[in-house]
Design a binder for this molecule. Sequence first.
Ligand code: ZN
Length: 153
Amino acid sequence: MVDQDRIERGSCFCGKIVAHVRGEPFWINYDHDDDCRKALGSPLTVWIGYRQEQISFRENTPKTFSKTPGVLRTFCEKCGSSIGYVDEGLPAEYWLTIGFMDNPERFKPEMHAFWSMKLPWVEFADDLPRTPGYSRRRDPAIGDPSTRARERR
Ligand SMILES: [Zn+2]
């Protein structure tokens, strides 16, 4: 059931960054990849995929950090909370961390991405699909972040 009037609120730990998000996310996935593990400080995360135009930040906007070419990670400059992920290989998409959402229980993952990097003691009893890499199709002309990183090294 698609609800275009759905409004979700996201906020960082200190409350400086607040966003209102309209409509349904197009994708929700677990992510076991090691870059996100480092960036978020968590053994795994859940990403919530929205179109950029669905998200409106209120008074303050997040800061950005890029280690990998074409990838921007966003965070609160005051408290350090991870907020999102933007990737030129996924045009017009904005991925929010589950921890940023004020009602995370409403977002149910549909797949496990980067199952190949899952920590050995993390176990799941679900029957969701598991894929060794990205759970989203990417534009092959742009490549994925690991390819871009190798090219520019
Ligand atoms: Zn904050």
